[in-house]
Write a protein that binds this ligand. Structure first.
Ligand code: RP5
Ligand code: MG
Ligand code: MG
Length: 283
């Protein structure tokens, strides 16, 4: 895998008062490289420190909790197993398997260690008025549903966190409903209708990726992991009629052409490229 980059951006998202990371050069990312006086910046966002239901208790370096967190296990309703294998616990805190980020603590993330998400990649082919596929360099052009994130204005796959006790497959549907179809604001009746529709659209998916995400919120002790699943409408008969409407943490939603030039949030471009390869589209 390539080195994480967005997890080393100096400006930490949403941090006021100039909280920025210690700069980590490419050749010092991996923990196997000695860096004796590595002094990352400690930061846990106030919203996380307050201890909402989705957040773990605070752990000071080297301190042990009365009820220890069961890292590398399914801990009650929270999955703390990493897709990347067993992660190390150093001075009571999990260590980011992708290497140094220049920041310790949890930043904006609720969990120590992996914070699991799910990303639904909903696709169809670009077609003309007659319903024929439009070709580029001899290959059809893939469209995917993208949302514009409210937190940073970047376009992204409409994914979200797997909440305590939820499954990945339920999260894929829930997040697509909330962010791309505005299910949270729908009437009870419309909610039922959307649920049925999404269940139908999401019947057969193909797993594209499961693992670490190069997310700007990652720290040395807390990081994003995801399972990205592709739901593809090859015939172009099912997905073109769905009514997209942005909701929750999405400010806009659109069928978007998958191209090598686009920029997306975190490592989402990599997931889209893999999907394009799988489906045989132009890139
Ligand atoms: C990314 O953050 C994941 O790939 C997923 O798309 C997203 C989940 O976080 P929220 O959208 O809930 O902020 O790392
Ligand atoms: Mg969401
Ligand atoms: Mg989201």
């Amino acid at each position: 895998a390539s080195l994480h980059v967005k997890a080393r951006l100096s400006e930490y998202p949403g941090a006021t008062g100039g909280t920025s990371r210690l700069e980590v050069p490419d050749d010092k990312v991996h923990w196997s490289v000695e860096w004796g006086d590595y002094k990352p910046v400690e930061y846990t966002a106030p919203a996380v420190q307050k201890g909402p239901v989705w957040a773990d208790p605070d752990i000071k370096e080297g301190e042990s909790l009365a009820t220890p967190i069961r890292f590398n296990e399914v801990d009650g309703k929270t999955n703390r197993v990493s897709h990347m294998g067993t992660y190390d616990i150093i001075n009571s805190r999990p260590r980011n398997p992708a290497g140094r980020t220049g920041m310790t603590g949890r930043g904006l993330l609720g969990k120590w260690g992996p914070n699991h998400a799910a990303d639904p990649i909903v696709t169809r082919w670009l077609r003309n008025d007659k319903g024929e596929k439009i070709m580029k360099d001899g290959k059809p052009v893939l469209l995917f549903v993208a949302v514009k994130r409210k937190d940073n204005g970047q376009w992204a796959i409409p994914g979200g966190m797997v909440e305590a006790g939820d499954t990945v497959s339920a999260t894929l549907k829930k997040e697509f409903g909330e962010e791309a179809m505005n299910s949270l604001e729908a009437s009870e009746e419309r909610k039922k209708e959307l649920e049925g529709l999404i269940n139908e659209l999401f019947k057969t998916g193909t797993k594209i990726y499961a693992g670490y995400v190069d997310d700007p919120r990652n720290t040395d002790n807390a990081w994003m992991e995801t399972v990205a699943v592709n739901f593809h409408d090859d015939a172009g008969t099912a997905f073109d009629s769905i009514k997209l409407e942005a909701g929750d943490d999405a400010g806009a939603v659109a069928w978007t052409q998958a191209t090598s030039q686009m920029e997306l949030y975190a490592s989402h471009k990599e997931f889209i490229e893999k999907t394009v390869q799988l489906r045989g589209g132009a890139w």
